[in-house]
Design a protein around this ligand. Sequence first.
Ligand code: SAM
Length: 295
Amino acid sequence: MGYPARKTLSIPTNVVPFPKQLVARIEKADNLKFMRTLSDYSMHLIVTSPPYNLGKTYETRRTQDIYLEDQAATIAEATRLLHPRGSICWQVGNHVSDGEIFPLDILLYPLFRNHSLKLRNRIVWTFGHGLHCQKRFSGRHETILWFTKEDEYIFNLDSVRIPSKYPEKKYFKGPKRGQFSGNPLGKNPSDVWDIPNVKANHVEKTEHPCQFPVGLVERLVLALTNPGDNVLDPYLGVGSSAVAALKNKRNAYGCDIQSDYIEIAKQRVEDLQTGLLRTRPMNKPVYEPTPRGIE
Ligand SMILES: C[S@@+](CC[C@H](N)C(=O)[O-])C[C@H]1O[C@@H](n2cnc3c(N)ncnc32)[C@H](O)[C@@H]1O
């Protein structure tokens, strides 16, 4: 006799439903209009990835000057909203024109410095998939510019440590001889993050062409905010930042001009709340194929 059919859906193991009292304010809106409804100093983390002015489905290609003016207005508003101990993380790649690349972090850096924001890290996000270029090396990294307003800022390193390579390593001389030399909580994840980008078979893939991996935002949320803090994404897309915030007991604020993305974002938040959203675990090692013949 076979087993009876299961009645309930099996729930993936890495999901954490979030408490209902958290704020999840997600709206279809232009970001300047949305941000103007928020109070000065109210956001502990503003994390986002703006359009790169490439003419993707969600943007109109403009001159570089107009693009930068637009970014300057959003950055000014983000600075107004930033809590004194808070952080801004702007994740960008290259603008490409006639085969020439323009790294957006270089172009945008002065716009943050105009507000006296201080750069704490230029995090290199590296990933394995993307276009195969014929006339230059294929791009496999983008960057995250992490700025703070003040010198005293939230930085919870212990929340984002990763396993040490040699956890058993001990001091071999001196007063600590024989004791473990590494931090028992693991090591600093460094400023180079190898996290798969969200392509075809990724568990988080939606119809958005350029979504954040939730794990990438989670590392920023955990390190740069405390539970109950406010996280804003002014280019929210399908809500990856909101998911990362709520999953870790932070309030989520965000907007996107496209209603279809906002619908997906709201659905993802609802799925998170009911324990049905699947996300790739934050520190899951990247899959390394075994070369043929080497077992
Ligand atoms: C690179 S995508 C961000 C994707 C997002 N990180 C995610 O995980 O889904 C940039 C987004 O900015 C949105 N956008 C463009 N101009 C905007 C504006 N003025 N206000 C709000 N959203 C805007 C686009 O619709 C697009 O979804």
